[in-house]
Ligand binder design. Sequence first.
Ligand SMILES: [Mg+2]
Length: 161
Amino acid sequence: MKYKLFVFDLDETLWTVSEGLCSLVRPPFRLSTPDRLENDKGYWVELKPGVRDVFKFLKSRKCYVSLASRNDHGPTMDLLDALKVSEYLVFPQLGWRPKEESIQRIIKEIQKRDKVTIKPAAVFFLDDWPENVVPVKNWGATALIYGQDVDSYEELLEMLK
Ligand SMILES: [Mg+2]
């Protein structure tokens, strides 16, 4: 595997959100399917089909998986915990800084904890906004646009196999 670290955006990349911002999905919420969380105000998030298969595959290949998402940390982690995907994630960056900075923070934390050096060429990034993807690509990573370069997680899995 050419890549050691996979970083994903959340909103409209890993999951679909009812009103644009997942922070609106506040507790109490419930799982209406294993992949969909709803609250009593009618807000919801739903993982895209195949996300879990990609995460399982990457785990089996001993790759690091993380997030770079513009969202509030606490409420977003609650959603990821409830969907049982947080167990796959190392040092997820949920905040308001540029994506390339978030990715560099993840790399620094991995270096500190595991003494593993990850170069830009070993980073794969996926986001639905071209404005987020271009700076990461310029930094030296493989950065693709969800919905344009990659249309589904089934397709991504095939690309990675
Ligand atoms: Mg997004």
